[in-house]
Write a protein that binds this ligand. Structure first.
Ligand SMILES: [Zn+2]
Length: 354
């Protein structure tokens, strides 16, 4: 990270006007010159619940009267991420509404972009925690990864999902509501954005990928029709199949999930009510995002039937696991080989699900 330069520029220019050194200095890059800018930032609170109103506001001081472009930034493991953009008023005042749509505890700051006349600047960073309005059950340590090395999706992408309701049980309306509600809770837990692509004719985890397919697909079948084991005790399986080599924020090699979803056993979901269907989906979406089973029965990632007794929100271990696989963990970068994404390293026959 670069700090703003503190060279007293006005004095330098005045002094150099009568000097031959002027020429070389004036030819220096624009960022090196310009008037000084300072920016202050105040956060209205240090902790909030989802939906809470939080503002980051302050002043841009540059001795000018022009509006300046300001950016709200949030620290994630891969660096400072742009959250919102705006402009200061002529008197320098600015204010951002800070997103409180997902759970995080990290720093926020304001960055002022440089202009031809003024240098850029960065405010002090302030920590904000967005925490659940409910008390999650159990221990934050109760989580496991599903894959080999914290396999995950790139949390900086908007992931699409689609539902194949052609054989859905108990009925299309119930499953759609349960899936949308679950995706909202996964987004809240991870910071990942999901976009519903609508109805799809494709099925998940069948290795017939089409470019137009959503990233995550929900579909129904029977045990007899699938090679994925949906035996007498298995109501659904969730996970991802296509992956590629990528690096995490620290440069460590990981597998980035590219396609995944949930396949339900339509004979099992036929007898479920809306609550049970969503509870099952909360569990399976944990697998889709990269979470494995835990022994604690008070977490959604328990493999036991205890999950059908839990309230319809993720619990302490679930939330901790999601945060380690979500936006807070930073963007992933695909590994490139001679300028191409190394798709040849896709593992087409290693479906990771549970
Ligand atoms: Zn499972």
């Amino acid at each position: 990270m670069r700090r703003p330069s503190r060279t007293p520029v006005l004095a330098a220019v005045a002094m150099l006007a009568a000097s031959t050194v002027t020429v070389s200095l004036l030819a220096a890059p624009a960022e090196a010159g310009g008037r000084k800018t300072k920016v202050s930032a105040t956060l209205s609170t240090t902790a909030a619940n989802p939906g809470g109103i939080v503002t980051l506001s302050g002043w841009v001081k540059d001795k000018g009267k022009q509006k300046r472009r300001v950016v709200l930034e949030q620290k994630i493991a891969s660096g400072w991420r742009t959250v919102d953009k705006g402009r200061s008023a002529k008197d320098g005042a600015y204010a951002f509404t800070v997103p409180t749509t997902w759970f995080y505890s990290t720093k926020l700051r304001t960055r002022v972009k440089p202009t031809r006349k003024h240098r850029g600047s960065t405010s002090r960073a302030h920590r904000l925690s967005v925490v659940p309005a409910y008390t999650p059950l159990g221990s934050p340590d109760s989580w496991e990864t599903l894959g080999r090395s914290r396999d995950r999706w790139n949390p900086c992408r908007t992931l699409t999902y689609g539902i194949n309701t052609s054989r859905a049980t108990p009925d299309a309306g119930t499953v759609s509501t349960g899936i949308h509600n679950t995706m909202a809770l996964v987004s809240q837990a991870t910071g990942v954005r999901f976009r519903f692509k609508g109805e799809t004719a494709s099925n998940p985890l069948d290795r017939r990928w089409k470019r137009s397919d959503p990233d995550i697909i929900f579909g129904w079948t029977t045990d007899a029709e699938t090679k994925l084991d949906l035996g007498p005790t298995t109501a659904a399986r969730g996970g991802y199949d296509r992956t590629r080599r990528a690096r995490d924020a620290r440069g460590k090699a990981i597998w980035e999930a590219l396609d995944g979803g949930v396949i339900y056993d339509l004979t099992d979901t036929a007898t479920m009510n809306a609550t049970e269907f969503q509870q099952l989906t909360l569990h399976e979406m944990g697998h889709v995002m990269g979470l494995g089973h835990v022994s604690a029965p008070d977490q959604y990632m328990t493999p036991g039937v205890e999950l059908y007794s839990l309230p319809l929100v993720y619990q302490a271990g679930d939330l901790e696991g999601f945060s380690k696989l979500g936006l807070q963990a930073g963007c992933t970068r695909p590994v490139r080989f001679r300028g191409r994404t190394s798709l040849e390293r896709v593992v087409p026959f290693a479906t990771t699900l549970d």
